[in-house]
Design a protein around this ligand. Structure first.
Ligand code: AMP
Length: 420
C-alpha cells in the first residue's frame, strides 16, 4: 500500500472545522489591522532562498526540498514565505504604488526535517510582513497581531519573548567581543558550534548541547552593546506592547541568526506543546529587500506554525467547533420517485439549503439513520400512501413534529426549513 510520505499529513474532513476556524480568525485579525492577503507560488528559483534566508542557516544548509526540473533549472519548494513575498514586492514594484505594504499569507511550507511531534515536512504557516517603514510601532503590531490571534483561539499558556539585535555596525562590534570570550572554550564546543563560530556566531545561543549551553551562560550579551538608536527603537517597541497590555519578557539570548536581521526579534512560545514550543517567530529585516535586489526599504514580519497552534489548542482544550448540520435529508419511500427527489434536492440546494439524499438504495430505516448521522435538522419523507395522495411529510428532527404538504409545495417547505 502506498502511504503518505514521511512527515506529511492528511487533513481529514473531521479535522477541517478546526482548520477553518483558525483560518477565519487569522483573516479576521489581519484584516482588522489592515493587512492584505498575498499568495505566491509554492516553488521558487533556488537562488531566492539561498540569498533570502542565507547559506549558513539550517534551512538552506540541510532542509530544503531542492530539485532540478526538466529544463535544468534548480527549483525549491518554499521553506518559508518572507523571501517569496519580498520577491513579489520587488517584481511588481509594490513599493512604488504605496510606501508601506502590509501583507499577510497562509499556506503550506516544506522542510526536510526529522519528523517529530510538532515538526513536519509539509506544514502550514500564516504570517505577516510590513514593508516600507522602520517605525517601532510596526514591530509591536506584529507581536500584538500574533498574540491577539492566539488569544482569540482561547490559548492561555503563552510567553512572548523579545530581543533586539540592533544594527549591523553595533552587532559586528559585539561579534568580536563574543569571539574573544569564546576563543578559550573553542576546543570544548560541539562540531556544529565550531562551524557556527565562523559562519554565524550568534547561533551558538541556540545550541541544545548541555556543554555549549554552559559555556554560553556567561557569554556577553548583544543587548549590552547596542548603540543608542537601537536602544531607543527597542524602548518604543516595549512601550507599545505595554500600552497594548501584551505580557512579554526580554530574552537577551533570543537570536534569529540571519545577518540581515535588525532590531526586534521575537517568539511566542506555548507551555502546552512539549519541546517544539515556538508557536511563532519573527523579526525586523531592514537589509533583506536590498539584499534581494530591491529598493533599500525596511521590513518586519513573523510566521506562525498552524499545526503546532492547533496542537496547543487541543492540549488546552481552548475552543470547540460546532458540528455541521445538514438542513434537510430527503428520504425515499419505495422506488420510482428518484427523478422527483433528485430534482427537488437540486432545487432546494439552489435556494440555499444544505441537502442530501440516498444514493445507495437503502431502506427507509437506514435512510433515517443516515439523516441522524448527518445531523439533519429536517427530513422530507417522499413516497408511499401519502405520495399517492399527492402529499409529502416534513419531519422536524429536533422536536419530532411532522407536517404534511402537498408534493408541489416547494416554496412552503423551503420557508419552513429556512425559518427554523
Ligand atoms: P521559522 O520560519 O523557522 O521561524 O518558524 C516559524 C514557526 O513555524 C515556528 O514557530 C513553528 O511554529 C512553525 N514551524 C517551523 N518549522 C516547522 C515544521 N517543520 N513543522 C511544523 N511547524 C513548523
Amino acid at each position: 500500500m502506498i502511504k503518505a510520505v514521511t512527515g506529511t499529513r492528511d487533513t481529514l474532513p473531521t479535522d477541517i472545522p478546526k482548520w477553518n476556524f483558525l483560518e477565519s480568525i487569522v483573516e479576521s485579525v489581519f484584516s482588522k489591522f489592515n493587512y492584505k492577503e498575498i499568495r505566491t507560488p509554492v516553488f521558487e528559483d533556488t537562488n531566492l532562498f539561498a540569498r533570502g534566508i542565507g547559506e549558513s542557516t539550517d534551512i538552506v544548509g540541510k532542509e530544503m526540498y531542492t530539485f532540478v526540473d526538466r529544463s535544468g533549472e534548480s527549483i525549491t519548494l518554499r521553506p518559508e514565505m518572507t523571501a517569496g513575498v519580498v520577491r513579489a514586492l520587488i517584481e511588481h514594484s509594490l513599493d512604488k504604488k504605496q510606501n508601506l505594504n502590509k501583507l499577510y499569507y497562509m499556506g503550506p511550507m516544506f522542510r526536510q526535517e526529522r519528523p517529530q511531534a510538532g515538526r513536519y515536512r509539509q506544514f502550514h504557516q500564516f504570517g505577516a510582513e510590513a514593508l516600507g517603514s522602520n517605525d517601532p510601532l510596526l514591530d509591536a503590531e506584529m507581536i500584538i497581531m500574533a498574540y491577539d490571534i492566539f488569544a482569540r483561539l482561547g490559548l492561555k499558556n503563552l510567553l512572548v519573548k523579545i530581543n533586539s539585535l540592533g544594527v549591523p555596525s553595533s552587532r559586528e562590534n559585539y561579534k568580536k567581543i563574543l569571539r574573544d570570550y569564546l576563543q578559550p572554550y573553542f576546543e570544548k564546543l560541539t562540531s556544529e558550534s565550531k562551524k557556527r563560530f565562523d559562519t554565524n556566531i550568534l547561533r551558538l545561543f541556540d545550541s541544545k548541547e548541555e556543554n555549549d549551553r554552559k559555556i554560553m551562560e556567561d557569554a556577553p550579551l548583544l543587548i549590552d552593546y547596542l548603540d543608542d538608536e537601537s536602544l531607543r527603537h527597542f524602548e518604543k517597541v516595549k512601550e507599545a506592547l505595554l500600552a497594548s497590555r501584551i505580557p512579554f519578557e526580554v530574552d537577551a539570548k533570543l537570536v534569529r541568526g540571519l545577518d540581515y536581521y535588525t532590531h526586534t526579534t521575537f517568539e511566542v512560545v506555548s507551555g502546552s506543546v512539549g519541546s517544539q514550543s515556538a508557536l511563532c517567530g519573527g523579526g525586523r529585516y531592514n537589509l533583506l529587500v536590498k539584499e534581494l535586489g530591491g529598493p533599500d526599504i525596511p521590513g518586519i514580519g513573523f510566521a506562525a506554525g498552524m499545526e503546532r497552534i492547533l496542537l496547543a489548542c487541543e492540549n488546552e482544550n481552548s475552543f470547540s467547533v460546532k458540528e455541521e448540520n445538514l438542513d434537510l435529508y430527503l428520504v425515499a419511500i419505495g422506488k420510482g420517485l428518484e427523478n422527483f427527489i433528485y430534482s427537488n434536492a437540486v432545487n432546494f440546494r439552489r435556494e440555499g439549503l444544505s441537502v442530501d439524499l440516498d444514493y445507495l438504495g437503502r431502506s427507509v430505516k437506514a435512510q433515517m439513520r443516515e439523516a441522524n448521522r448527518t445531523n439533519s435538522r429536517y427530513v422530507l419523507l417522499i413516497g408511499g400512501e401519502e405520495f399517492d395522495r399527492g402529499e409529502v411529510v416534513l419531519k422536524n428532527m429536533g422536536t419530532g413534529e411532522q407536517k404534511i404538504f402537498t408534493k408541489d409545495d416547494f416554496e412552503k417547505i423551503l420557508l419552513t426549513v429556512k425559518e427554523n
